[in-house]
Design a protein. Structure first.
Length: 398
């Protein structure tokens, strides 16, 4: 059991997903004064209000943290971080006054308001806090050893199913920071995979990447595309603007593009030959993964781009065996990589996983949204704006 009452659930600002820092650097250079609002949403049928006070206490502790000299030295070894951004991080702290936690309604409500650059790093540690506080109270006897025993069995099944398959190109990455059972569980799972699974290639968590000598993985999230809906002159231009601004910040690295802020069809219409050549690949995060991957291959081929020169990353509700099935389908046609989160870091016997998110809902005082390739994944309170978004991107049914 985690003693959340006496120690901070999060003890490093690097205990976050890599794409948050990558996006923050782009915001630092391009949009330092843009205002934004993000909101928490629980997709699970579970009342989280009883944990409100402990979550607030953990938020206050998180706001005391700053980046250490060792952490900044580590970031400086990576080729895509600029000295002026790292200098900015020297004095960076999260401000707890930006976070409003409310348990007066019928579900826990959290709203994060401020400059985008100031609030972007709240999402991952805050979700990890909510997950761990809930886990420690609801499942006090569950342990990291339970997670490892479960993982051992899953790996045994995985390799049995892979016996007749060429696994030389299979790549697994830990994407489990946000909804992990606990920090201890994620750390032990990653350590076990590093020591026992040759196909384990990295983690989205910068703290684990630094302390375990792993490759950090991640580019941009939905919020990058959402914010551009209010940063572009025309709504229909927002997706291309977001992609081009990303290339402006990272012309030679971090080249995987997320495709489902609107949906795959709308993305492909904007993903022209130049963008298809410049970006190294695409990330799937909603809808049918096989249908999505086939669309990606067909799109590359229609532009005369060799799919084998590109990588598609799958990151939507994966298990090891789901990842294996997808890998088998696309083997030798396009490069694949698999980011698994909840089913690695919150898979313990008799533990019900929690589906929680924090999404951008406003930028510059105006609504933003994602539609995605899967019904029910959008958070937007403004139906009129959603209609405008569908019209701008020619979305008939969503």
């Amino acid at each position: 059991m985690t003693d959340t009452g006496h120690t901070g659930v999060i003890d490093s600002l690097l205990d976050t997903d890599a794409y948050k820092l990558h996006m923050q650097q782009a915001i630092f250079h391009q949009y330092p004064n843009v205002e934004a609002v993000a909101e928490f949403h629980c997709r699970s049928d579970e009342d989280l209000r009883p944990y409100c006070n402990e979550i607030q206490a953990q938020v206050n502790k998180l706001a005391e943290l700053s980046f250490t000299e060792e952490e900044l030295e580590y970031l400086a070894t990576l080729p895509f971080f600029k000295p002026n951004y790292l200098e900015y991080l020297e004095s960076f702290k999260l401000n707890s006054s930006h976070v409003d936690i409310d348990a007066s309604g019928n579900q826990l409500a959290i709203k994060i308001t401020g400059k985008w650059i100031d609030i972007i790093l709240w999402e991952v540690p805050l979700l990890a806090i909510i997950s761990e506080v809930r886990s420690s109270i609801r499942y006090p006897n569950a342990s990291a050893d339970d997670a490892i025993e479960q993982l051992k069995q899953k790996l045994k099944d995985f390799y049995k199913n892979a016996e007749s398959t060429d696994m030389s190109q299979f790549a697994l990455v830990d994407f489990g920071s946000r909804r992990r059972f606990s920090k201890e569980v994620q750390h032990k799972v990653v350590d076990f995979l590093k020591d026992n699974m040759p196909h384990f290639k990295g983690t989205s968590n910068y703290h684990l990447a630094r302390t375990r000598g792993l490759t950090p993985v991640g580019t941009q999230a939905h919020e990058w595309f959402q914010a551009h809906q209010q940063l572009a002159g025309e709504l229909a231009d927002s997706q291309q603007l977001a992609l081009n601004r990303w290339l402006q910040e990272y012309p030679d690295s971090l080249g995987i593009a997320l495709t489902d802020c609107i949906n795959m069809d709308a993305f492909i219409r904007d993903f022209d030959l130049r963008l298809s050549q410049r970006f190294t690949g695409l990330r799937h995060d909603s809808g049918d993964p096989i249908a999505w991957g086939e669309k990606a291959i067909k799109h590359y081929e229609s532009l005369g781009v060799d799919p084998k020169s590109k990588t598609i990353v799958f990151s939507d509700s994966l298990t090891l065996n789901k990842a294996l099935a997808i890998y088998k389908h696309f083997a030798h046609r396009i490069n694949t990589s698999f980011g698994i989160g909840t089913q690695l870091t919150c898979d313990l016997p008799d533990v019900k996983t929690l589906n929680i998110v924090i999404k951008l809902t406003e930028c510059e005082g105006r609504p933003v949204a994602k539609i995605s390739d899967e019904p029910g994944k959008s958070i937007c309170h403004d139906e009129e704006y959603l209609s405008q978004l569908r019209q701008a991107f020619k979305i008939v049914n969503s």
